[in-house]
Design a protein around this ligand. Structure first.
Ligand code: CA
Length: 336
């Protein structure tokens, strides 16, 4: 099934338009019901098209809040070019406050490029990829740590084979103005919005802005300033005299960047987010829930760097990612 909009929009016309992606959703209380996923399109004249998405995971909130505010306040005459705004990408997950869709159990960020024969998450991904990603020049997908992780706020990109695309991505990340710009090595990149957008030759950025199922004034400010900075960088908004805050380019090292729990228990962190760590340092302990006499398991950093992510829940299970260490990155190798 190809999903349809409640009100067709041409994407070619100047003005501000709001429509909904109509998602048939039969439930025990509404046999022929639908979910209506909001899409806002703002266009004025010639210029690049940028797609902003939030709520890819339904328990990550800076994107949905910042994008709602943007959609409600920005006027066509403010811009040159086009914005497509999807504040609640995995809408059923956003409504439920969960990472994954409660309807089909799928992770939206492993469902791309989507499947018109698939279940609800794949149907949404299919529409968003074909109709929104492919008509955009730039895609910015807002994430945070969700209920299970917390991040030191960063804008995120991947190492790309195409040097020109990489240089443009780094330049855009620089101008977003997050405290950290992170070149992330994914544990599993198939099906991500990131991957399909990058493979389509677009400029793609993501964020990790906090987490734990809440937002803070700081993380929300970084999201909202980042949106304005990116719109200025691509000349969709007029330049400003405000200077973009300094960012620190970092990467997740090949070995030792991701630290998993080696047992179930209660995780006691010993380093604050953003704190420096060195190779071999004990960065936390896991306390057994079943054996009251046994010493806690020490968690060691396997590399020098800073703690960029930690578990957002004290009760961790074996193989949960409980910490991520990032190291400084020399961006001169990308020939910007
Ligand atoms: Ca996420």
């Amino acid at each position: 099934m190809i999903l349809q909009l409640t009100e067709k929009i041409s994407f070619e016309e100047d003005g501000k338009f709001r429509t909904f992606l109509k998602i048939p959703h039969s439930s025990n209380t509404s046999g022929w019901g639908s979910l209506l996923l909001p899409i806002i399109v703002i266009k004025n004249g010639e210029g690049p098209t940028i797609l902003f998405t939030g709520g890819n995971h339904g328990d990550e909130y800076e994107g949905p809040i910042a994008l709602r505010k943007l959609a409600n306040t920005l006027k066509p005459e403010d811009i040159q070019g086009q914005l497509i705004i999807v504040p609640y990408l995995n809408y059923p997950a956003v409504l439920a406050g969960t990472r994954l869709s409660p309807v089909d159990g799928l992770n939206m960020n492993r469902a791309f490029p989507g499947n018109p024969q698939g279940t609800m998450t794949s149907l949404i991904a299919d529409y968003v990829f074909r109709e929104l990603v492919l008509r955009s020049d730039v895609v910015l997908d807002f994430h945070s740590g969700g209920n299970s992780m917390i991040f030191e706020p960063c804008v995120v990109m991947h190492e790309l084979e195409n040097q020109e695309q990489m240089s443009k991505t780094i330049a855009a990340a620089h101008q977003f103005g997050a405290p950290i710009s992170l070149v992330l090595r994914e544990l599993d990149s198939d099906g991500m919005l990131d991957t399909v957008t990058e493979n389509a030759g677009k400029i793609f950025l993501s964020t990790e802005l906090g987490g734990g199922g809440f937002v803070s004034p700081r993380t929300l400010r970084i999201a909202e300033n980042g949106i304005k900075n990116i719109l200025r960088h691509f000349s969709i908004l007029a330049p400003s005299k405000e200077t973009v805050p300094e960012t620190r380019f970092m990467e997740t090292p090949d070995i030792g960047g991701y630290i998993m729990a080696s047992s179930e228990g209660l995780f006691e962190p010993l380093v604050e987010l953003g704190g420096s760590v060195s190779e071999g340092q004990v960065i936390g302990m896991i306390h057994s829930l079943t054996d009251i006499d046994v010493s806690p398991v020490e968690i060691h950093s396997q590399t020098d760097g800073i703690l960029i992510t930690r578990a957002g829940r004290a009760h961790v299970k074996n193989w949960d990612t409980i910490a991520v260490i990032a190291a400084d990155l020399d961006i001169s190798k990308f020939e910007i």
